[in-house]
Design a protein around this ligand. Structure first.
Ligand code: PEP
Ligand code: MN
Length: 374
């Protein structure tokens, strides 16, 4: 059972709920605090055998001052689930809000190669007022003979330069728990020049030990990429591992699923799942058009396929876009064919924001129409 308090409910009201809940024997209590951009929402979770939870009166909590709602939840998606809420608080990290009301473009290098390319990319982002980027440092590759990423050796300058160009959050994949410590040490050594969002790659979507480690730290939010060959339900359960270990700051990323039916795209684009993930969970949803499409081809309308599918994700309500750019894609050491060039960056950002504005307008109209419906 989840008891949700009013936004910014004062501590004494929260304590009163905790006290009443603690009277039930055999029930474990957990308090979860979600700090969004404008409000903090506290939830009290009552966990225990279903007969015990089933015997607790919802009404006794509903009547208490400061209680906004009470829901009974099945064990599934206990923490990441939406459970009927209309609005979710999201979370804030290093001055950036991750929620349903905003969209952020994380444009950058699939794999960091040279300092010069990192700096050129940051400078282009700064010119367009973008404070979020992706920089692959540890690269999981299909072949052991392919470039594996520069690893921790490049972390200090990747982070310091990010600070110099006003970047607030860098998304980067970690493939092993030791790398979390390396990133933490590097961020501290840089004097917190920037923030990092740790990415779980599609190949690690069910690496439960890594997921637990990411959940046991709350320094960094987590960008979880759906598993390319597992069901959506399995991916959401994997995400629940991170939350159940204590880290609620998760973004769920769709990045296409492996199927030859997606040919000639690299993966079958799955952005139709954006509203599904939003209905089922409280997580902000990200789309990765680069790893979905896998090529920078342009359609006869002059618009690259990567733009087109980004539009599909954003018009469906995605609030983050992870996308590969490179100053010179033909020389990139990883995924060059899908990288957009820096001279496309401005048009890409404009594209995202125009589609987002249309999405917001359409969403408001639909909500009003539903309210007016008899
Ligand atoms: C990436 O974003 O660099 C990446 C490897 O993506 P994925 O795990 O989705 O293949
Ligand atoms: Mn890649």
């Amino acid at each position: 059972m989840i008891i949700t308090l009013d936004p910014d409910a004062p501590e004494p009201l929260i304590d009163a709920v905790m006290q009443v809940a603690s009277r039930y024997p055999g029930v474990n209590l957990r308090k979860h605090v979600f700090k969004g951009a404008s409000h903090t929402v506290t939830e009290v979770h009552l966990i225990g055998p279903s007969q015990v939870i089933g015997s607790i009166s919802e009404e006794s909590f509903r009547q208490m001052p400061g209680v906004r709602g009470v829901v009974r939840v099945s064990a599934k998606y206990r923490l990441i689930g939406r459970h009927g809420r209309f609005e979710t608080p999201g979370f804030q990290y290093n001055g950036v809000s991750f929620d349903e009301r905003t969209v952020h473009v994380f444009a950058g290098l699939c794999a960091v190669d040279t300092r010069e390319n990192v700096e050129k990319t940051y400078a282009a982002l700064k010119a367009f007022g973008v404070v979020t980027t992706r920089m692959g440092v540890y690269k999981p590759r299909t072949s052991p003979y392919d470039f594996q990423g520069l690893g921790k050796d490049c972390l200090s300058w990747v982070l310091e330069l990010a600070g110099k160009y006003g970047i607030r959050v860098v998304a980067m994949e970690v493939t092993d728990a030791r790398q979390i410590d390396e990133v933490r040490a590097a961020v501290e050594a840089s004097g917190n020049a920037t923030g990092v969002m740790l990415q779980v790659g599609t190949r690690n979507a069910q690496n439960f030990e890594l997921l637990k480690q990411l959940g046991q730290q709350r320094t960094f939010p987590v960008l979880f990429k759906r598993g390319m060959g597992i069901t959506l339900e399995e991916s959401l359960n994997a995400c629940e591992y991170i939350a159940s270990e204590g880290n609620p700051n998760i973004v769920f990323c769709l990045r296409g699923v492996k199927s030859h039916l997606g040919d000639p795209h690299r993966n079958l684009v799955d952005f139709a799942h954006v509203p599904v993930v939003r209905r089922q969970t409280r997580l902000p949803v990200c789309v990765d058009p680069s790893h979905s499409v896998g090529r920078a081809d342009v359609a006869p309308d002059g618009i690259p396929d990567i733009f087109h599918v980004t539009g599909q994700g954003v018009i469906a309500g995605a609030s983050m876009v992870l996308v590969d750019f490179h100053p010179e894609p033909s020389r990139a050491l990883c995924d060059g064919p899908q990288a957009l060039t820096l001279d496309q960056l401005g048009r890409f950002i404009e594209y995202v924001h125009r589609v987002r504005a249309l999405y917001e307008e359409l969403s408001v109209r639909q909500k009003l129409a539903r309210q007016r419906a008899p």
